[in-house]
Ligand binder design. Structure first.
Ligand code: ATP
Ligand code: MG
Length: 393
């Protein structure tokens, strides 16, 4: 029965030129999300509002599900269009609408009319009164409540007349593409896909890098990361995933450095390489799924030592999250089931029994000097293995 959606968005502080970019990016993301749906749609921007018009038959649930993945949308209001055939017809259509949508009439309501076209013969006050009266006449069980109605019946007078009263919550945030691009260090775990989701939610486009260590990590582990990138791309748009062979670097560190420092030194090289790829691809920051204290390599001291190699800002949106809170988000966004599949991860393979939890930067740097001979060459070689996979939902 619905023929359009009114898209609500709310980001205070988005003004001037930024508001234009915000809306433009939002329209693009809505179009992109609707391409996945059956049916044809037109997305328009009029008087500071975004509408999605269905130009053909479409699957309502599918359209709503896809709109719910578009960051920047705060609410999705399904709308019906009525031809302007005079007040009597409008009152009749509104009554029919109420009857169809609200089976249980034991509700309070208010009519909220808005005249976007000023040549309509009644003003908004008159429309509110008259249409409210018409609804009450039709359904005496219903009551008017002007302060806290259960249902707000919106009637907008435009070329056609729009009626809506339902608002389905959107994901909030800002449209992807409105806030630059960053490079996500994506592993097969629970955390990093959630981290990518959260930064994309702030309007940041996401590229990703995954370090694998064949033959110590399998093709299935790699496929799992591609699958996770795909799940993230449902919200974040197409993800350019760089797959880097990290085996030789890992083996070299294993050979030359104290084993309890292996993880932290390895993490420093991951960050360094990620930063190189980030800079080559116009990414303005790095993103990780780190959270303070979660494991030895994420104590405050370890994070400081890891961070020291980076010149780009590192975004760690999960930094203050407990594991349970991260799991909740991963379940909500649909990455959890894939994340818990039991494939090995290159961090876990060479893990020491007692990794350092309070690394000292000077000590770490001293031990890294053991790598001097070959490490630059190995880093370059690793960069040369870059396999780019473009992942889309
Ligand atoms: P996750 O659940 O995201 O795997 P984790 O709890 O296993 O995180 P670590 O293994 O310490 O934590 O990794 C910390 C962060 O480093 C990850 O969230 C991710 O951003 C990055 N990272 C770890 N391993 C890899 C990898 N193989 N490739 C790319 N990034 C990685
Ligand atoms: Mg991990």
């Amino acid at each position: 029965m619905f023929s359009a959606f009114l898209i609500k968005y709310a980001e205070i502080g988005v003004k001037g030129k930024n508001k234009y970019l915000f809306e433009e990016a939002l329209v693009q993301q809505i179009k992109y999300a609707l391409k996945r749906c059956e049916g044809e749609f037109k997305v328009t921007r009029t008087d500071g509002r975004i509408y999605v018009h269905a130009l053909s038959e479409f699957d309502y649930d599918e359209a709503v599900d896809n709109l719910k993945t578009v960051f920047g949308i705060s609410g999705i209001c399904p709308v019906i269009h009525v031809e302007d055939e005079g007040y009597e017809k409008l009152a009749q259509k509104l009554v029919e609408y109420v009857d169809k949508i609200y089976e249980d009439k034991n509700i309070t309501f208010k009519v909220h009319a808005r005249r976007a076209r000023k040549n309509y013969p009644m003003n908004s006050m008159e429309l509110n009164m008259e249409l409210g009266g018409a609804v009450l006449d039709a359904f005496p069980e219903m009551k008017v409540d002007v302060h806290h109605p259960d249902v707000m019946l919106h009637v907008e007078i435009r070329e056609k007349i729009y009626i809506y009263s339902i608002e389905i919550p959107g994901p909030g945030g800002m449209p992807v593409g409105s806030n630059g691009k960053a490079m996500l260090l994506l592993s097969g775990g629970i955390d990093s896909p959630v981290a990518g989701y959260m930064i994309a939610k702030r309007g940041v486009k996401i590229d990703a890098v995954y370090f694998h260590a064949p033959p110590y990590t399998s093709d299935r582990a790699k496929q799992k990361v591609i699958d996770l990138a795909k799940l993230v791309s449902r919200y974040a748009g197409p993800v350019y995933l760089h797959i880097i062979n990290f085996t030789d670097i890992q083996l070299y560190i294993y050979e030359k450095c104290p084993h309890e420092e292996l993880t932290i030194i390895m993490r420093r090289y991951m960050m360094k390489i990620a930063e190189r790829i980030a800079k080559e691809n116009e990414c303005l920051g790095l993103i990780t799924g780190e959270s303070i204290g979660q494991v030895a390599s994420q104590t405050v001291q370890s994070l400081a030592v890891t961070n020291e190699v980076c010149t780009l800002p590192v975004f760690r949106p999960l930094i203050g999250f407990d594991k349970m809170e991260i799991v909740d988000v991963s379940e909500k966004i649909g990455t959890y089931e894939t994340s818990i599949l039991p494939y090995e991860d290159c961090c876990t393979i060479f893990v020491a029994k007692h990794p350092v939890t309070k690394p000292n930067l000077n000590v770490i740097k001293r031990h890294e000097q053991n790598l001097e001979e070959k490490i630059e060459e190995l880093v370059q070689k690793a960069l040369d293995t870059d396999e780019l996979v473009i992942v889309r939902w």
